[in-house]
Design a binder for this molecule. Structure first.
Ligand code: C2E
Ligand code: MG
Ligand code: MG
Length: 652
């Protein structure tokens, strides 16, 4: 069995791998709290066991060769012993290799104890043969001349080794989708290399290359699969985002259940103003060490700045919630920095796979989405709240797509005059002709458009569409007094807004009186100089304004006086509440009176019923907007509506 040529080379290679792994990856082997099963499910531990097995095989091979040369009656026992050691450890290589592949691609997760017992059974039987070989001689024997001979069962041992390697191939191909490309290629190459070693040695017993092939294979594993400098975060030393994505991909693609506890430090920026970078890093390290302690190094990931994830394989929702509770409890106490005691705050949430998230895309989106802290203190954040950001990102993307593919539309809703008993104006309202946004209200996507800056394009588009409508001969013939456009405060942040409005208006030749800009209180009272400046400039150019949604928010009465408006639009919620509440009804009457006395028009939004119309007219509201007259409509429908109404008025 022995070749003096290759075993020492194999020994040198594996000892190098072992020393390297033990120093560089020491942390990953120190999972003292883990059970034996968990250890076997740990890629690094199995790798370590592989190294040790090759080392013992190589040492016993070298010693065996030496003993062969000085063989005498005295050495027979030692010869037996070292051959037995060789077979004992060598036999373990193929099953460990198979287990290693299963750990790398996630095939090992979630399997039953029965599976592992059956999986290990042939190996255990073969080891029994090794241990009893002294009595049976089935595997090897030493003759009277002290020469070593292979026994009749040696081919069975090699066939067993091949079977485990084939099982590794099967697991590799079945779970290939769950393995990143680079790892897949590495595994395929290494499997071929080790299979070649087993076959060559099985067929030609004199050519002892197997151990060497295996040690080369281990070196390959160390370099390509174990050495994951790209997998660790330099500050905390924990696994990073790439590692988290790879690990979760394995679980998701192999339909395994798991839970992820996400831990976001929410008030670090507060301390970063007080402490230097080194202190902040040390604080982060403390948190990271503590989280490592309560999870395990293998399962903790630092996946984005100030955000950790604990990945827990299996049906462990309960356990994951318990971990979340434990974290919250710890964060209700102080952390010690060099200088002071600090109360760090976290938002903790538990995400279940596949219950909350079932695809890799969803997970990537969740991990990538920014997260806004909603309340002070540490707290448990529901998955729904977490995914709100995810939805917002989706909406943002859909908005961008809609802008790029010209899916923006403007619809119009008539504004009816109580005095003239006809439609005198209309409000332009944005609509988006895209499947992704079909069921989403502008009330939801406009704030998102404001946050991400798309409001600028939207605003200019609506402005141009309104100018185009006003140029339409049929609209001109009806003689609308003006069209109202909603303007967001964020549009004023761009200093060319006034210039762009004027450029469009002049291009279409629209008199400024035909346009009326609706602003909400936030915009009109904003102290931002850019906003104030733009509004001033627009007023100077002759633009008029409506105060939208009056009665909601802060409803600062003083600013009704300090700014001049053409219209004040009373929010529909007040009208609707006034129907049920005497107090609100009185308030509404009072508001209308005040606004009218200031010489502004009152536009009542949300008028849906004849009773609401009557109530508003009686209390002095002079302009009406609501479903009672018409819902917002596309341009053609709106013009038809106006023409029909005009025809009716003439007939009367
Ligand atoms: P808003 O400016 O207060 O517009 C009035 C909203 O009330 C419109 O909702 C309109 O369809 C709805 N409405 C009018 N009458 C009734 C009624 O009788 N019953 C009910 N239930 N609703 C009525 P919409 O079109 O969904 O727009 C919601 C908000 O989105 C708008 O509120 C406005 O703040 C914003 N928005 C819409 N288009 C634009 C736009 O082009 N630019 C900006 N910046 N914001 C826009
Ligand atoms: Mg409006
Ligand atoms: Mg409104």
């Amino acid at each position: 069995m022995i070749s003096i040529n290759f075993a020492p080379a194999a020994l040198v290679l594996t000892v190098f791998c072992l020393l390297y792994s033990m120093t560089a990856k020491r942390k990953q082997y120190s999972l003292s709290s883990e059970s034996v099963t968990n250890k076997l499910l740990n890629q690094h531990i199995v790798f370590l066991m592989l190294l040790i097995s090759v080392i013992f095989s190589a040492v016993s091979s070298v010693v065996g060769t030496f003993l062969q040369q000085i063989a005498s009656e005295k050495t027979v026992f030692l010869q037996y012993l070292f051959h037995a050691i060789y077979y004992f450890f060598h036999d373990a290589l193929s099953i460990l290799f198979s287990l290693y592949i299963m750990n790398v691609n996630g095939a090992s997760v979630g399997r039953s104890r029965r599976f592992y017992v059956l999986f290990a059974l042939p190996f255990i039987i073969s080891e029994i043969f090794v241990l009893t070989n002294g009595f049976t001689g089935f595997l090897f024997y030493i003759d009277n001349e002290f020469v070593y001979h292979r026994g009749p069962l040696i081919p069975a041992l090699y066939i067993l080794g091949l079977i485990y390697l084939i099982s590794a191939f099967v697991f590799f191909f079945r779970y290939k989708k769950a393995t990143p490309m680079v790892e897949s290629n590495a595994i395929a190459t290494l499997m071929l290399l080790s299979a070649a070693g087993v076959i060559v040695q099985g067929l030609w017993s004199d050519l002892v290359v197997e151990l060497f092939a295996e040690s080369l294979c281990l070196l390959g594993m160390l370099m390509m699969l174990e050495e994951r400098s790209g997998y660790t975060d330099p500050v905390t030393g924990t696994l990073n985002r790439v590692a988290l994505i790879d690990a979760s991909r394995r679980l998701i693609e192999t339909n395994q259940r798991c839970s992820i506890v996400l831990v976001k430090l929410t008030n670090m920026d507060l301390f970063s103003k007080l402490f230097n970078g080194r202190e902040m890093d040390s604080l982060l390290m403390q948190v990271s060490s503590w989280l490592t302690w309560i999870s395990s190094e293998e399962r903790l990931y630092y996946y984005r700045s100030e955000s950790f994830a604990i990945l827990m394989p299996g049906d462990v929702v309960k356990e994951a919630n318990a971990v979340a509770e434990k974290i919250l409890k710890r964060f209700s106490k102080d952390w010690k920095s060099d200088e002071a005691y600090l109360r760090l705050e976290v938002d903790v949430s538990v995400v279940g796979i596949p219950n909350d998230i079932s695809t890799m895309d969803d997970l990537m989106e969740l991990l990538a989405s920014g997260y806004k802290k909603k309340a002070a203190g540490s707290r448990l954040v529901s998955f729904d709240e977490m995914s709100e950001n995810r939805n917002n990102r989706r909406i943002e993307q859909a908005l961008r797509d809609a802008v790029d593919s010209c899916k923006l539309r403007v619809w119009y809703q008539p504004i009816w005059s109580v005095e003239e008993q006809r439609t005198v104006a209309a409000e332009a309202l944005l609509r988006i002709d895209s499947d992704a946004l079909r069921n989403i209200s502008p009330e939801v996507y406009i704030p998102i458009a404001e946050q991400c800056g798309i409001i600028r394009e939207i605003g200019l588009f609506v402005f141009e569409e309104v100018c185009r409508l006003l140029k339409n001969k049929r609209v001109k013939a009806i003689g609308l007094s003006y069209i109202e456009l909603n303007i967001s405060v964020y549009q004023f942040m761009y200093d060319d807004v006034v210039k762009r409005f004027e450029e469009i208006r002049n291009r279409y030749g629209i008199p400024v009186e035909l346009l009326n800009l609706e602003v909400t209180e936030t915009a009109s009272t904003s102290e931002t100089p850019a906003v104030e400046q733009s509004i001033k400039e627009l007023r100077r150019l002759g633009y008029t304004f409506s105060l939208d949604d009056f009665g909601t928010g802060y409803s600062n009465l003083k600013q009704l006086i300090s700014n001049s408006y053409k219209n004040v639009k009373i929010d529909k919620s007040i009208l609707w509440e006034a129907e049920h509440s005497e107090a609100t009804s009185c308030l509404l009457d009072g508001l209308i009176r005040v606004i009218r006395s200031l010489d502004y028009n009152v536009v009542q939004e949300g008028v849906e019923t004849p009773a609401q119309l009557e109530r508003t007219s009686k209390s002095g509201g002079n302009l009406i907007q609501g479903y009672y007259f018409s819902r917002p409509q596309p341009e053609d429908g709106f013009i038809d509506y106006l023409e029909t109404e005009a025809a009716k008025t003439v007939a009367v």
